[in-house]
Write a protein that binds this ligand. Structure first.
Ligand code: ADE
Ligand code: ZN
Length: 336
C-alpha cells in the first residue's frame, strides 16, 4: 500500500461542509476573549482541548455555542474566517462553501450585519491573498422554532447577494426537516440553494424529508441513509451529493471506529460522496487530516481519493466553466 498522505496533501479539492464557528481554534478563542474582555470557562488551550470529548452531537453543540460567544465584532468574524481560509488554502482547498449560524450570534445580541460584514470581507480578502474562492450558506438552527428561522431570513434579506443558500443544522433528533418546510420554500423562492444536515444522528426518513419537503441540492452527512437500500438507490439515481465528515462522525460517535465508516461503501454503491471537515477546531483535523484518516482506515485507493476530490468540485455550487477548470487541474495533478 503506497503512502498516500503526500498525494492527499497536494490534491486540489473543494470543501462543502465547514461551519465557520467550528473552525475557532482554542488559541484564537482565548485571544478574542481577552480582546473583548470576557471571562471564559476554560482558561487555557490545554483545558479547552481536554474538554473536547463528546458522547454525542449535543455534547459538542453545548461547547460549540459557548465557544462562539467570544465572537463580538466585525473584526472577530473576519479574523475567524481568515484563519480558516489560510489553513484551507495551505491544504490545497481551492474553493470553500462555508456555513454560518446567524442565530448563534443574534440570540446573544450581535447584529446580523456584524456577522455578515466580517465574513464577507474575509471571503474577499482570502481570494486576493490566498487565491481561494468561497461562498456563504446561512444555516437555520433546528432546535429553535420556524418563526425564528423566518425572522433570521428577513434580517438577512438586505444582504441577499452575499450568500448563496440556506442550510439546517444543530440538534437533529426530534427536529425533523418538516419543521422548516415553509421557510425553505420561501428561501428557494428567493433563488437560494437549499442544503440540510440529515441522517447524521437522525433516521433515514429525515434524509427523505430533506429531499421531498426541503428540496435540497445536497445532504450534509447523510451517512445513516446507507441503512436504507431504497434510499441509497435513490441518492445514486438522483445524483444527490453527500457531504461526509469522517473525523466528526468518529468524534461524535456516529461511527464506533473509522474502520466502520460507510464512506467506502458509499463509493462502491455509486453515491456521490465528498470528504469535509465540519468543525475542524473541535474534531482534530482539517481537510487533509480527514482524507488521510479515512484513506488509512478504509484502505482507499489513489483512484478513490481522486474520485472524492472530483466529487467535491462536481457537487460545488459554482458555474460549469469553473468546475471544469478545477477538474482539469485535478486531472493533471493525478496524472503526475
Ligand atoms: N453545527 C455545527 N456542527 C454540526 C454538526 N456536525 N451537526 C449539526 N449541527 C452542527
Ligand atoms: Zn455540519
Amino acid at each position: 500500500m503506497p503512502d498516500l498522505d503526500a498525494f492527499i496533501a497536494g490534491l486540489p479539492k473543494a470543501e462543502l461542509h465547514i461551519h465557520i464557528e467550528g473552525s475557532l481554534e482554542p488559541e484564537l478563542m482565548l485571544a478574542l476573549a481577552q480582546r473583548n474582555k470576557m471571562a471564559v470557562r476554560y482558561a487555557t488551550v490545554d483545558a479547552l482541548r481536554a474538554a473536547y470529548r463528546f458522547g454525542n452531537l449535543q455534547d459538542f453543540l453545548d461547547l460549540y455555542y459557548q465557544g462562539m460567544a467570544v465572537l463580538q465584532t466585525e473584526q472577530d468574524f473576519h479574523d475567524l474566517a481568515m484563519a480558516y481560509f489560510s489553513r484551507a488554502a495551505g491544504q490545497n482547498v481551492r474553493h470553500a462553501e462555508v456555513f454560518f449560524d446567524p442565530q448563534g450570534h443574534t440570540e446573544r445580541g450581535v447584529a446580523f450585519k456584524t456577522v455578515i460584514d466580517g465574513l464577507w470581507r474575509a471571503s474577499r480578502d482570502a481570494e486576493q491573498k490566498f487565491g481561494i474562492t468561497s461562498a456563504l450558506i446561512l444555516c437555520f438552527l433546528r432546535h429553535l422554532d420556524e418563526a425564528s428561522a423566518e425572522r433570521t431570513l428577513d434580517e438577512a434579506l438586505p444582504w441577499r447577494e452575499r450568500f448563496i443558500g440556506v442550510g439546517l443544522d444543530s440538534s437533529e433528533k426530534g427536529h425533523p426537516p418538516s419543521k422548516f418546510q415553509r421557510v425553505f420554500e420561501r428561501a428557494r423562492g428567493l433563488g437560494l440553494l437549499a442544503v440540510a444536515h440529515a441522517g447524521e444522528e437522525g433516521p433515514p426518513d429525515y434524509v427523505r424529508q430533506a429531499l421531498d419537503l426541503l428540496q435540497v441540492r445536497r445532504i450534509d452527512h447523510g451517512i445513516r441513509a446507507l441503512e436504507d437500500p431504497d434510499l441509497t438507490a435513490r441518492l445514486v439515481r438522483e445524483r444527490v451529493p453527500l457531504t461526509v465528515c469522517p473525523l466528526s462522525n468518529l468524534r461524535l460517535r456516529v461511527v464506533p471506529d473509522m474502520a466502520s465508516h460507510p464512506l467506502k461503501r458509499m463509493l462502491e454503491a455509486g453515491v456521490i460522496a465528498t470528504v469535509n471537515s465540519d468543525d475542524p477546531a473541535y474534531f482534530g483535523g482539517y481537510m487533509n487530516e480527514n482524507f488521510q484518516a479515512v484513506q488509512q482506515a478504509l484502505a482507499l485507493s489513489r483512484e478513490e481519493i481522486v474520485t472524492l476530490a472530483g466529487n467535491s468540485f462536481r457537487s460545488a455550487f459554482c458555474d460549469d466553466a469553473t468546475k471544469q477548470r478545477h477538474l482539469a487541474a485535478l486531472d493533471s495533478y493525478s496524472r503526475q
